[in-house]
Every structure is written in structure tokens, then in C-alpha cells.
Design a protein around this ligand. Structure first.
Ligand code: ADP
Length: 160
């Protein structure tokens, strides 16, 4: 059974992430989407909120698990009996960072491969920060995020 782990901040999940998840599910027997904290980005939503939004927006998908992790990703991947890390690729801007991370991970554990999945053209420009910025200024997010995320963003930014 080929199990792949798709780690990220998912703060919040966008349709770009969902597109990568759906593509991964066509290749692997099981995909584990796992929420972690990127120390360089202070999260807007708690881990629980991020997991909830992921669960709600993927509830129709089979062979998918939503989880969270702390610490070293490689240890987490091993603990899940997986040897595959999935990352999404958008533009060239993602490349250098992802390339460096994937190679570092390979130096530490040569058994674990990072596989890159390219998103649909419509989502190439999409990231969680831009979505939050638009929501903060009251813009519509039609087609960019799952419905539950749009709702949570409205709640979050109407409070502040
Ligand atoms: P991280 O902070 O770990 O980069 P993100 O939630 O920003 O977490 O992203 C998780 C993964 O999803 C990364 O591999 C990122 O490149 C990818 N990703 C994010 N947005 C998109 C998108 N619109 N299309 C494809 N991949 C994406």
C-alpha cells in the first residue's frame, strides 16, 4: 500500500491545496494531509481550526486522513509507514525553497522521496496569505477557497 504524506500550514486550506490532494489520491492508495506550523509564519487559525476546515472541505474524498504533526517531518512520515512526501508546486518562486527542503530531507533520510504535484492553472497564483488579505478587506473569494473556509474567514475578520 502506497501511503503519501502531504504536509503544510494550510492556514487556511485553499482550492489549490484541494486540487493537489485530489491529484495525489489518483496516484497513491492513501493520502495523509498533515497540519504543521511553519516557524516563519505565525498562524491565523489554530491547528484544530485548520484541521476542521480541511475535514469539512474534503469529506467526500475517500482514502484520505487529516492529521497534524509537531517536530521533524521525516520522523512523522516514518511513523505513518510512508516513504513519500507530497508538495505542491506553483510558480518558479516555490522552486528554490522546495528544492532545498527536499534535498535536505534526502540527506537526512535517503529512503523518503519528495514528489511535486503541479496545480491546475487557475490556482497558480493562489496562496493562503493572499486569500486572508482579500478576506480582511471584505473581498469575495468565489472559487478560491472551499465554502467553509470563506465562512470562517468572514467570522475571523469581522471580529477583529
Ligand atoms: P507551507 O507553509 O508548509 O509551505 P502551505 O500551506 O503554504 O504550507 O503549503 C503547503 C503545500 O501546498 C506547499 O507544498 C505549497 O507549495 C503547496 N501549495 C500551496 N498553495 C498551492 C496552490 N495554490 N497550488 C498548488 N500547491 C499549493
Amino acid at each position: 500500500m502506497k501511503i503519501a504524506v502531504y504536509p503544510g500550514s494550510f492556514d487556511p486550506v485553499t482550492n489549490g491545496h484541494i486540487d493537489v490532494i485530489e491529484r495525489a489520491l489518483k496516484i497513491f492508495d492513501k493520502v495523509i494531509v498533515t497540519v504543521g506550523d511553519n516557524p516563519e509564519k505565525g498562524p491565523t487559525f489554530t491547528t484544530e481550526e485548520r484541521m476542521e476546515m480541511l475535514k469539512e472541505s474534503t469529506k467526500e474524498l475517500k482514502n484520505l486522513e487529516i492529521d497534524s504533526f509537531e517536530g521533524l517531518l521525516l520522523d512523522y512520515v516514518k511513523s505513518k509507514d510512508s516513504k513519500i512526501i507530497i508538495r505542491g508546486l506553483r510558480a518558479v518562486s516555490d522552486f528554490e525553497f522546495e528544492f532545498q527542503r527536499a534535498l535536505m530531507n534526502r540527506v537526512v533520510n535517503n529512503e523518503i522521496e519528495t514528489i511535486f504535484i503541479m496545480t491546475k492553472e487557475n490556482y497558480v497564483y493562489l496562496n493562503s496569505s493572499i486569500v486572508k488579505e482579500m478576506a480582511m478587506f471584505g473581498s469575495k473569494l468565489n472559487g478560491l477557497v472551499p465554502e467553509i473556509v470563506e465562512k470562517k474567514l468572514r467570522e475571523k475578520f469581522s471580529k477583529s
